[in-house]
Design a protein. Structure first.
Length: 124
């Protein structure tokens, strides 16, 4: 049962990570707005909503939420929520692979701490 819940959380966080990658890729297509007045906010929102990657990001997050709810329905919040921290690890790896971001020593150590925390919670 715990393995099934853990897999649901892993799949949920994978979809959430995919959504974040789509969002970040979409930002490359955006012009940075001044956001000084209401018109500039509306122009920016119009621009955002016309980018397909934004909609793919929303869809990915939607799938992630559905899987997350399935995990919550089957497990204790005190178990499921900390396992959800896998998204930090997945996002770090995905950012490296798909966005070519650098992983410095502090990011690596921080992510290692998250992984160790997940292991401790999983064993409890």
């Amino acid at each position: 049962m715990l393995i099934r819940i853990g897999l649901l959380v892993l799949f949920a966080e994978t979809w959430n990570t995919i959504g974040q990658i789509f969002f970040k890729k979409a930002t490359y297509q955006l012009e940075l707005p001044s956001l000084k007045d209401v018109k500039s906010y509306l122009t920016f929102m119009n621009q955002v909503l016309r980018i397909p990657a934004i909609w793919l990001g929303f869809a990915s997050l939607g799938i992630g939420i559905l899987l997350w709810l399935m995990a919550l329905a089957q497990g204790d919040l005190s178990f499921v929520y900390p396992i959800g921290s896998l998204q930090y690890v997945l996002t770090l790896i995905a950012a490296r692979i798909f966005l070519h971001e650098k992983i410095d020593g502090m990011k690596f150590v921080g992510t290692l701490c998250v992984v160790l925390g997940i292991i401790l919670i999983a064993k409890s």
